[in-house]
Design a protein around this ligand. Structure first.
Ligand SMILES: [Zn+2]
Length: 363
């Protein structure tokens, strides 16, 4: 049905999910003998494929067998999923799940979203209203290839990710040396999802630790907006092949999105800040060390401070965050300038005009 809808969409140059839905609504109900909710869902899936296909090298076509259905059109009774099919007919699908999935199915406070079915799995989306807690402090995180460094001097190891990329890279290049044109073997050995799965496991472990700590200590998470980094490190920028390859494989966005969704689920605020000069700027005097090389892990600022590259970056990221914390005075707030002047420490000075959030701490 989706491929039929894609054909209609391209042949008649339909632009928009709703226009496509209106076009196929009656026709598909008669042609396939299904109830009304199917054309709705088909239009949504088909339009998402048509929208993306401009970046593809092939014609838009749904390859995998899948079914997506909206929350309004199926019902979930603990372990049985019931969906409409033809008029007066319903399909009952018994679900098999473990303790983790059961915790979601049994939770009455969660709202059930759409369900996506493939030949081997069913994905059901759950949402909840998570009130964001007002944080008592911010922590900036500098994402590196081999580690995540927090501005509170915490460190999370990601060397597993780099190791896996090297390991599977060697394996792949050896494979292509032996079988350059064998598509069948390529699917089995070189294109296997195992590398991605193992990398994702490592990212999940690190992001869970960060969010758990943030929730326990009432922290806000500040991250760098690293958009366009692959574009900046493409061929012809004077960097070696090995480095460009490492940057291209670096799953920073994956990691950030894991941190973000887990934090939102836990009610921890997340903020993105500009990444410009975060590691080159001294966090004490503000001087920018433009000559800092990537291999230098620590450097000496003319102001006398010895700076660790990653920790310095994390502190700079934290400072750029604009999330208001409990008991914190905004630097530009009225009446705070005199108090801060001549006082280089960053300890917040509480005053009567401080924002209302500081009510918990008597001025
Ligand atoms: Zn300095």
């Amino acid at each position: 049905m989706v491929n039929d809808a894609i054909r209609i969409c391209l042949a008649e140059d339909i632009r928009g999910r709703l226009k496509l839905r209106d076009r196929i609504y009656k026709e598909f109900q008669e042609r396939y003998g299904v109830v009304f909710c199917f054309p709705y869902c088909v239009a949504e899936v088909a339009w998402s494929i048509v929208k993306k296909h401009k970046h593809w090298h092939r014609k838009p076509y749904a390859k995998r067998l899948m079914l997506k259905i909206d929350a309004a059109n199926f019902s979930l009774n603990y372990s049985v999923l019931s969906l409409p099919f033809r008029k007066g007919e319903r399909v009952l699908v018994p679900l098999q799940y473990g303790a983790y999935q059961r915790s979601f199915l049994m939770d009455e406070t969660l709202k059930c979203g759409s369900a996506t079915m493939t030949d081997s799995s069913i994905v059901i989306v759950f949402s909840k209203w998570a009130p964001t807690t007002e944080p008592s402090r911010k922590v900036g995180y500098d994402l590196n290839e081999r580690s995540i460094v927090g501005s509170d001097e915490t460190k999370y190891d990601l060397s597993e990710v780099a190791r896996l990329h090297i390991l599977y890279g060697i394996r792949r290049s050896r494979f292509y040396g032996k079988h350059p044109h064998d598509r069948r073997l390529k699917k089995k050995f070189a294109n296997s999802p195992r590398e991605k799965e193992r990398v994702n496991q490592a990212l999940h472990r690190a992001s869970t630790l960060i969010v758990e700590k943030a929730r326990a200590n009432k922290e806000a998470i500040v991250l760098e907006r690293l958009k366009g980094i692959r574009y900046a490190h493409q061929k012809g920028n004077g960097e070696g092949k090995a480095r460009r390859r490492r940057i291209a494989l670096w799953p920073f966005r994956q990691l950030q999105s894991y941190i973000e969704y887990k934090a939102r689920w836990a009610g921890v605020p997340v903020e993105y800040v500009s990444p410009a000069y975060t590691s080159k700027k001294c966090n004490l005097c503000g001087r920018v060390n433009r000559k800092l090389k990537l291999t230098e892990r620590s450097w000496l600022c003319p102001c006398g401070a010895t700076l660790d590259r990653d920790l310095n970056a994390a502190i700079n990221i934290e400072r750029r965050g604009k999330i208001r914390c409990l008991g914190e005075v905004r630097p530009g707030a009225r009446g705070t300038d005199e108090a801060v002047k001549g006082n280089e420490t960053t300890t917040p000075i509480l005053r009567a005009e401080a924002p209302k959030s500081s009510m918990a701490h008597p001025p």
